[in-house]
Design a protein around this ligand. Sequence first.
Ligand SMILES: *Cc1c(COP(=O)(O)O)cnc(C)c1O
Length: 427
Amino acid sequence: MTPLEFDQQHLWHPYTNVERPGPTFVVRESEGVYLTLDDGTRLIDAMSSWWCMVHGHRNPVITKAIHDQLDQLPHVMFGGLTHKPAISLGQRLLSVTPDSLTRIFYCDSGSVSVEVAMKMAVQYQHAKGFPGRSEFATIRSGYHGDTWKAMSVCDPDTGMHHLFQGALSVQHFVSRPPIRINQEWVDDPAQNGLAELRQVLETNAQKIAAFILEPVVQGTGGMYFYHPEYLNQARALCDEFGILLIFDEIATGFGRTGKMFATDFCSIEPDIICLGKALTGGHISFATTMTNDRVAEGIGNSNPGIFMHGPTYMGNPLACAAASASLDLLTGQNWSGTVSRIANQMETELAPARDFDGVADVRVLGGIGVIEMKHRVSADAAHARACEMGVFLRPFGTNIYTMPPFVTSPDQLSEITAGMLRLAQEL
Ligand SMILES: *Cc1c(COP(=O)(O)O)cnc(C)c1O
C-alpha cells in the first residue's frame, strides 16, 4: 500500500466523503508561498493554507521562536501557573486590538474561541440577573466553526441545520446586511437591514444573550463584503436591548481586510472578539477570545464568579511564542502598504473576468480576491488543473477566490490571478 493509498483508506479529510475521497496531493515540504509535492512539483499556496499562513510557510522567524521555546518550556498547565510567552503575547495583543478589549482567554482553535465567547455572553447575562437570556441572534450566510454551539449560528442552509435538527439550539437569524462595502450607505432601516434586526432583537430581548457575526467580511458563507455602518447601528440596537455584541474576526484579523481588524472599519467596538487563523502566522493551532472590563467584571463579581472553561492546552507556550513572532513580523513592516499593493494588483488582474460568461461578480477587499460564478464550482476540478497552473486554489460554493500570503511577490500574484481567470473560464 502506498502512503497515499493508506491515507485514502484510513484518514478523514475536511468535509469529505470518506468512502469516496477526492484527489489529494502529498505535500513533502513548504517554504514561503510554495508547497513542494512528493514528486517535486511546486505549487503556490493561493489559500495561505486556509487563510492562516500570512508570512509564508516555514517562516524562519516563527520557526525559530518555536524552536527556542521548545528547548525551554514546550508546555505546562495554565491552572495556577503562568509563563513569559503567555504574558508577552498578551501585551502585544493589547497593543493592536480595539482599546476596550482588555481581558484575554487563550484557547486551541477558532471554533473553541467561539464557544468561549458564547459562554461568556450567557454567563454575563446570568450574572446580571437574566438567566433566560441564553439564545443568540446572528446574520444568515455566516460561518463560526464546526463545534455544536458555533454551528448553531452558522448559516442554517450551508450549515445543514436540517441534518442536525433537534441537536442544535434554535437561534434567531436575520438577513445578511444588504448594503455592500463599496455601495453608498442608505439610512432607511427598511432598506439597510436594521429594521429587521431591530424587530428580532426587540421581540426576543428577554431570550437573547448576544448578537454574533463576522464583521464586514463573511468568509466561508460566501466571501461577502458589507457596509460597516450596519455594525455601528447594530451596536446601538444591542445597547438598547441589553444584548452583547460578539465579532468573530477569526478570518478577518491581522491585516487581511486592509485594516488590522475589520472592527477598525467601524466607529464602535464589540464586547467580545474571537481571533484565530493568522494569529500564529499559520504555524500552529491557537486562538483567543478577548472581552472588555464590563463583561469580565460582570462575570467575576457574581456568584460563582469563575468562568467555566479551561482547555488542557490553554496558553500553550509554543503557540504563544509563534503568535508573538507573527505579530512582531506584522507590526514590524508596512503591512498595510503590502496589503494595498496586493489589493490593487488583484483589482487590475481579476477585472477581465467581469466579461466572462458565467461570472456573476468580481470583488476585492484587502488581501481577499474573489471571482463569484453564477454556478457552483468543483474544488476537485480546480485540483486537477493545479499542477499545470503551478497554483493551488480550492474554490467553494460559487466562489473562486484567493487569500494570498502577504509575502507573495507581484510575479507570484500574477500566477495566482492567471490561475483564477483560467478556472473562471474552464469550470
Ligand atoms: C475558520 C473560522 C472559524 C473556525 O476556526 P477553526 O480554527 O477552524 O475552528 C470560525 N469563524 C470564522 C469566521 C472562521 O473563518
